[in-house]
Design a protein around this ligand. Structure first.
Ligand code: GAR
Length: 293
C-alpha cells in the first residue's frame, strides 16, 4: 500500500512519512479547534451540534493541514492536493491530474541518470505530468537509485524483454504511457515500440546532430571525436527518435564553444549544463504542442 501511495503521489519513502504525519496532525488540529469553537458558541450537544461540527471540521481541514505542512516541509504537496480536491468538487472536467489529462512519461536510461533526475525534479510539482516509469537495461546504472529515491516504478529489461518478447511494450501500454523520453539510453528501440509511439519518443544526444551520432557515439566518445576533429563548437540535440541510432526529426539544438584547451571532460561539463538547462523545458513544450489546452 505504501509503495502504491509513493507511486501515486510521486514521493520517496521519507516524504510519504511526512505527508502521512501532516494528515494525522492536521486532522487532529482541526478536530480540536472545531470542538473548541463549538463549545464557545454555547450550542447544546445533539444532532444539530454534530452536523455543525462536521461542517466546521470540513472547512477547517484545508487550513489545518496547510499550517502543519509548513514546518514539515510539505506545503507544495498539500497546496496541490487541496487545489485538486477543490477542482473536483467544482466538477471541473479540465482539472489536471484526472485520467484524461494526465500525461504519463516513461524515462529510458542506461547510465548515471542526471537527465532523468533533472526531468523528475522539473515535473514533480506539475499535477498534469506523471513520471510513471523508469526503464533501465544496466543493473549498475545510477538511475536505479534515482527511481527508488523518487518512488518511481522501475522496469529492468534485457534484449529479449525489450524486443523479442515484447514485455517492455506491454508494460508501457499497461501503464498508459503517452510519452517516452530517452535520457542516455544506449540501446536501439525495437520497431514495435517506435510504431506504437509515433512522434512520442524523444531522445537527447550530446552533439550537434547529424554530426557525431550513430552506433558507439555516446558519452565521452562523442566529446573525444569532437575534440580530435578540432571543432570550434558542439552542443546538444533533442529529437524525435526513430529506428536508427540518434536519428529523427530535430526538435531543438543548443550550442557551446569548444576551445583549444578543452578536454573531453571539460566539454562534457559544458554539454551537461546545456542538457540540464534545456531538456525538461523542451519536453514540456513538446507536450504543450501535442496537447494544447
Ligand atoms: C547524456 O549526456 C546524453 O546526452 C547521452 O548520454 C548521457 C547520459 O547521461 N546520450 C547519448 O549519448 C545518446 N546517444 P545521464 O545518464 O547522466 O543522464
Amino acid at each position: 500500500m505504501f509503495k502504491k501511495l509513493q507511486g501515486k503521489w510521486k514521493v520517496n519513502g521519507w516524504n510519504l512519512l511526512l505527508i502521512i504525519s501532516t494528515f494525522a496532525l492536521g486532522g487532529s488540529l482541526c478536530g480540536i479547534v472545531g470542538r473548541k469553537l463549538l463549545m464557545l458558541s454555547g450550542i447544546e450537544k445533539g444532532v444539530g451540534w454534530f452536523i455543525l461540527y462536521i461542517i466546521v471540521v470540513t472547512l477547517l481541514w484545508p487550513v489545518s493541514v496547510l499550517l502543519v505542512s509548513v514546518p514539515l516541509g510539505q506545503f507544495s504537496f498539500f497546496k496541490r492536493y487541496i487545489s485538486r480536491i477543490w477542482h473536483k468538487m467544482k466538477g471541473d472536467k479540465t482539472v489536471m491530474g484526472s485520467n484524461q489529462e494526465l500525461t504519463n512519461i516513461a524515462i529510458f536510461a542506461s547510465g548515471a541518470g542526471s537527465n532523468a533526475k533533472n526531468i523528475i525534479t522539473h515535473f514533480k510539482n506539475n499535477p498534469g505530468i506523471n513520471i510513471a516509469l523508469i526503464v533501465c537495461n544496466n543493473p549498475v546504472a545510477g538511475v536505479i537509485g534515482i527511481a527508488k529515491e523518487n518512488g518511481i516504478e522501475l522496469l529492468m529489461i534485457n534484449k529479449a524483454s525489450l524486443s523479442v518478447q515484447g514485455e517492455c511494450l506491454s508494460v508501457l501500454t499497461k501503464k498508459n504511457i503517452n510519452l517516452v523520453v530517452l535520457a542516455g539510453f544506449l540501446w536501439k528501440l525495437p520497431p514495435a515500440i517506435i510504431e506504437a509511439y509515433p512522434k512520442k519518443i524523444i531522445n537527447i544526444h550530446p552533439a550537434l546532430l547529424p554530426a557525431y551520432g550513430g552506433k558507439g557515439m555516446y558519452g565521452k566518445h562523442v566529446h573525444e571525436a569532437v575534440i580530435a576533429n578540432r571543432e570550434t563548437e558542439s552542443g546538444i540535440s533533442i529529437h524525435y527518435a526513430d529506428e536508427l541510432y540518434d536519428h529523427g526529426e530535430i526538435i531543438f539544438q543548443a550550442r557551446c564553444p569548444v576551445t583549444p584547451t578543452d578536454t573531453p571532460e571539460s566539454l562534457a561539463g559544458k554539454i551537461h549544463q546545456l542538457e540540464q538547462d534545456h531538456y525538461p523545458a523542451v519536453i514540456e513544450s513538446v507536450l504543450k504542442k501535442q496537447n494544447p489546452r
